[in-house]
Design a protein around this ligand. Structure first.
Ligand code: F0G
Length: 359
């Protein structure tokens, strides 16, 4: 037997991989779960639906260690917090930030306080925060209220805020753009991305600009940001007091990175659009059934949005949809929204089972 050299080994995590592009020094303790290096998967069924030689890919960031893109930001935020001697971190979260913050903070030996909107965090995410040893504070209020509170607490008490207002978060998250450019040999024509607090779209743009300025890529992508229709403050250019959507991850009415996101839209000649919950679920099912990719509903907003803009796509374009989180995060949504054939309570009898199978 010889060594399988095709198997990737030794990925050190994104800080080591992109050290020269990140604000770390030899003195920074690197807290990593070997996040990053996620696959860029061709979406064949979706590409052929669009036709005209358009190539669509998914950047599947749901394959990070805690199942979402937040790990890219959290390895940086927690490493820097550790470097600064911090002993506790806090965040508000619709679920993924809390899972990621808990994992990295506990790994670094810190306390992790997470404020979540009671009843609006998907089961998988809550399970993660609990198992990773977070101190979970569920409030009667939405994410926007939770964020207001943690910002104030971080001002007054010795805890570091690890929401996307923490600049190190975006620094880590920008590495996803580097990986896309490395995989394609250039930046794509379009990026389709779901928006909540709008940190991620801002981080991607930082990454694309950095590689473009360094001459590593020859173009900048058009950034298309999508929100759920009941939770679309950036599309409507307002604040939504009571945001609603099945995609609880992006159930946010007052995004803190609003200004940054508007600059990204302008500079990239991009667009912000909303998609309905039904369009999100259609895309979610399509990704599962025809592409073999199980993402969470918020992530499917990127594909739902792309399909909505189908008629504006130039022939032969390359498009990357960002799938921000893993489908296993939200099992309730999966159980309630699928087109599967599911016979239960069957007798364990071969003939009857074969008959049920249609033979
Ligand atoms: N997709 C998923 C799966 C998310 O969890 C989030 C945000 C987004 C997209 C939007 O990213 O806020 O940078 O525009 N989740 C945060 C959280 C709010 O608390 O986990 P954004």
């Amino acid at each position: 037997m010889s060594l399988n050299t095709k198997k990737k080994s030794g990925w050190p995590g994104l800080i080591e991989a992109y050290r020269d592009w990140l604000p770390v020094t030899e003195a920074t303790p690197i807290i990593t779960l070997q996040e990053g290096d996620t696959p860029l998967i061709p979406l064949n069924a979706i590409s052929s639906r669009i036709g005209n030689g358009v190539k669509v890919f998914a950047k599947y960031d749901g394959l990070n260690p805690t199942g979402s893109f937040k790990d890219r930001g959290m390895t940086m935020a927690i490493s820097k917090a550790k470097e600064n001697g911090c002993e506790a971190v806090i965040c508000a979260s619709t679920g993924n930030t809390s899972a990621s913050a808990a994992a990295y903070a506990r790994r670094a030996g810190m306390r992790a306080f997470v404020l979540i909107p009671d009843g609006y965090v998907a089961q998988g995410k809550l399970a993660q925060a609990l198992v990773y040893g977070a101190e979970v504070l569920a409030i009667k209020g939405n994410f926007d209220k939770a964020l207001e509170i943690v910002r104030e607490i971080a001002e007054r008490y010795p805890v570091t805020l690890v929401n996307s207002t923490n600049p190190f978060r975006l620094e880590g998250q920008k590495t996803a753009a580097f990986e896309i450019i490395e995989a394609l040999g250039n930046a794509p024509d379009w990026i389709c991305i779901p928006m909540g607090n709008a940190g991620n779209i801002s981080a991607y743009w930082m990454g694309f600009e950095a590689y473009f300025k360094a001459g590593i890529s020859k173009q900048l992508p058009k950034m298309l940001g999508f929100q759920a229709i009941g939770s679309a403050p950036l599309v409507l250019n307002t604040t939504v007091k009571e945001p609603k959507t099945i995609a609880t991850a992006i159930r946010i009415g007052n995004p803190v990175n609003r200004e940054k996101a508007l600059i990204v839209k302008e500079k990239s000649n991009g667009k912000f659009l909303s998609v309905t919950d039904q369009e999100i679920i259609n895309a979610y099912k399509l990704l599962g059934k025809e592409e073999g990719i199980f993402c969470e509903p918020a992530s499917a907003a990127s594909v739902a949005g792309l399909l909505k803009c189908k008629n504006e796509i130039k022939n032969e374009s390359t498009i990357v949809c960002i799938l921000t989180g893993n489908g296993l995060k939200d099992p309730d949504c999966a159980i309630n929204n699928n087109d599967a054939t599911f016979f239960n309570g069957l007798d364990p009898n071969i003939d009857k089972i074969a008959q049920t199978m249609g033979f």
